[in-house]
Design a protein around this ligand. Sequence first.
Ligand SMILES: Cc1cc2nc3c(=O)[nH]c(=O)nc-3n(C[C@H](O)[C@H](O)[C@H](O)COP(=O)(O)O)c2cc1C
Length: 245
Amino acid sequence: MSRYTAPPLPEIDVEEFRKVVTTRRSVRRFTDEPIPDDIVHDCLDMALLAPNSSNLQPWDFYRVVSPDKKKALGPACLNQNAAKTAAELIVVCGRTRTWKQHSAEMLDYWPEETVPRIVEKYYTVGTRVHYGTLPLDPFGRLKKLIRDVTGIRSPAPRWPNSSTDMQLWACKTAALAAENLMLAFRAHGYDTCPMEGYDDARVRKIVPLPRDAFIVMIVAAGRRADDGLYHRQFRFERERFIHEV
Ligand SMILES: Cc1cc2nc3c(=O)[nH]c(=O)nc-3n(C[C@H](O)[C@H](O)[C@H](O)COP(=O)(O)O)c2cc1C
């Protein structure tokens, strides 16, 4: 088996990256300037490059293009200005049931000439053991118990065990993609507001979703209005959150 040799890394200016990160703000009002289509798609493509669990890509992005749907999402997003004024609204979803199909497809999509045996085994057996859950809670507890017993002798993954765990599993990944998406818009000179302030049932009526899809956040995007920021950015002291152990 030949080893993959990655192409040389390009030079990266950390100060340019810092500019993107430090100027990203949750913007609550946008101008009525549209975002060019190719930029929106470029940002969505960058979202898809986010790290994700086992590369199983348990996410979906619904870009709302219908003017009627966009209008209806204003009230469904609790009349937030960010939603009402956004040029773009993207519903970022997690998926709890696509992993099995994606796992099987992984072998067809594998980018090298041969699929290493260990990879094949992981995507045919490993993922089923690791992510397979049964709908009833007691089975989740049973799976956890088996894992805890197995884990006494040697390190073993203790999680995920239940459908709730799988939501959390998909949510982590989809949230990372949402951050990529927001930073990509910023890098293009546009701004965003992640929103969890919405009426889930109403949003699902406007944007019909598969049964296993759940909304992680709705990302509003557009050109920052002069009065788009309500205050300066601030955080608590870093010592409260950064721990060296
Ligand atoms: C998951 C999530 C949900 C959020 N929901 C809303 C929301 O519904 N409405 C809103 O105005 N801001 C929302 N925000 C933005 C936060 O309020 C904001 O990120 C925080 O106040 C820090 O401000 P900054 O993003 O400008 O640094 C949300 C942020 C996240 C990460």
